[in-house]
Design a protein around this ligand. Structure first.
Ligand code: ADP
Ligand code: MG
Ligand code: MG
Length: 210
């Protein structure tokens, strides 16, 4: 079993839908420890992605991921646009022009994505950022793929780990991004970017196997 451009496109569309549904929640999370625009940023970016997908029908998984990357980078201001954009761009170049992605390729693309976010944002684990959801998700995906898991199961495992990782940001004091300006007062709140990672991975897992 592996995912073609059609499944990856469906996953991205589902991601856009889930972000749109959770827009206000993401705004509220960012209002608590940031500037309150995270939901707006993500929703604007993924709406732009949907608009681009109406104009183009990318032929490979890598082309879909590249379209997401360039659209997020050009339409989202703030920290999250370039960071998510970089993640999708690195994922795209890792899968290259493969016709379809198996679980190993999915895990490799997630790994490349998280490496890109770290290279760009310089966050470490427990800095209370999207990295705290991404890293455990990548590890879980690699383990699942290593055990011979299918794409659907691998994404589901990654999504669960991202959810746990996102929740783990609550007690942390932010050391990167706007939330770090609050110092100790950032503790006690869920990081909005980590929440977005968990939402997106759950959306992607939802499509695969459908
Ligand atoms: P901004 O903070 O510019 O308003 P957003 O509100 O859209 O941008 O995104 C904030 C999210 O970006 C945070 O919740 C955090 O997860 C993530 N983030 C911020 N800085 C970094 C960084 N250096 N590395 C990784 N993630 C980061
Ligand atoms: Mg913000
Ligand atoms: Mg902002």
């Amino acid at each position: 079993m592996s995912c073609t451009a059609r499944e990856v496109t469906a996953a991205v569309r589902r991601g856009a839908e889930v972000i749109s549904v959770h827009r206000d929640e993401l705004v509220e999370l960012d209002r608590a420890i940031g500037d309150g625009d995270h939901g707006e940023n993500m929703d604007r970016g993924f709406r732009a992605v949907l608009a681009q997908l109406e104009l183009a029908d990318p032929p490979t998984p890598g082309a879909v991921l590249k379209l997401v990357a360039t659209t997020l980078i050009s339409s989202v201001g703030g920290a999250s646009g370039p960071l998510f954009g970089t993640a999708f761009l690195r994922a795209a170049s890792t899968v290259g022009d493969a016709e379809s992605l198996d679980a190993t390729a999915i895990a490799a693309s997630l790994r490349a994505g998280v490496d890109g976010v770290v290279a760009r944002g310089k966050a470490e684990p427990e800095d209370k950022t999207m990295i705290d959801a991404l890293l455990p998700a990548v590890r879980a995906a690699e383990e699942s793929a290593g055990r011979g898991g299918e794409p659907g199961g691998t994404l589901a495992t990654a999504a669960e780990a991202a959810e746990v990782g996102a929740r783990s940001t609550v007690p942390l004091v932010a050391r990167k991004g706007r939330a770090s300006y609050l110092g100790d007062r950032s503790a006690g709140h869920l990081d909005p970017g980590a929440r977005s990672v968990a939402l997106l991975l759950a959306a992607f897992a939802d499509v695969e196997g459908a």
